[in-house]
Design a protein around this ligand. Sequence first.
Ligand code: DGL
Length: 286
Amino acid sequence: MLPESFQQEENLADSSNIIGVLDSGVGGLSVLRAIRSLLPAQPVIFIGDQAHVPYGTRQLEEVQEFTHEIVRFLLDQGARLIVVACNTASVAALQSLRKAYPHIPFVGMEPAVKPAAEQTHSGTVGVLATAATFQTKMYASVVERFAQGVKILEDPCIGLVPEIEKGNLEGDETRRILESVLRPMLDQGIDTIVMGCTHYPFVIPLIQAITGPNVRVIDPAPAIARQVKRMLEINGILNPGESTAPVRFITTADAQRFSQLIRQLLGENYNVESARWKDGRLVLMR
Ligand code: DGL
């Protein structure tokens, strides 16, 4: 047992093992929530690129450029591990990021088709992800490898991300979009739905209200948090213990609005900092 003053010093040293978490907007907060609950002692910088949301209807090359610059920015702010808490940014940039920064551990998203295929009894699974995610080879390869003999029904849920960005989790338009996506899937016998976009877990209560309790909804966030923990351990940068490390929130759009959304989605009050895009570079506003 160390004397208290040494323990404090040790804690201070630990506070430098920052995780950088990024998304196009508030979606990554669903992943952040799981990371905080598993790893409270790990400091985090979260950035939502709300100036460019949604990513899911953009060209992958463009999303790749945004993601690389956000990662550079997060590393500059002291991040030691990066969580690409966005399926679209993951399919667009994860491979090239790992090449560009071989010494940095990355955790990315991949639609949870594998657990869904393992758990379905009806043999029919729904996957909700962005249009950009569905068009990639990476997604096709996940289906090819893990969903043999399972019928996969896909839908990009057009318009859903902008509604979630407005904080509209159960209003008329959100309900209309989800009804139109889920009814045909239910008619075809799905018993499992994959959240292949990090925004969508925030509407799980509405999804479950439409599907009823017999359809299983898979939110990958807890599995991602466990993977983050493994990567921190492997790299010797895991902060043990239950003490609560700080989280910094940064948006590329309206800081006050983002702070309201954090309060609504996570139930906590946080100050939000602003960063601005200038000629393809991200600059923190002081
Ligand atoms: N949350 C993101 C994802 O997981 C992107 C949503 C969007 O910006 O279109 O794909």
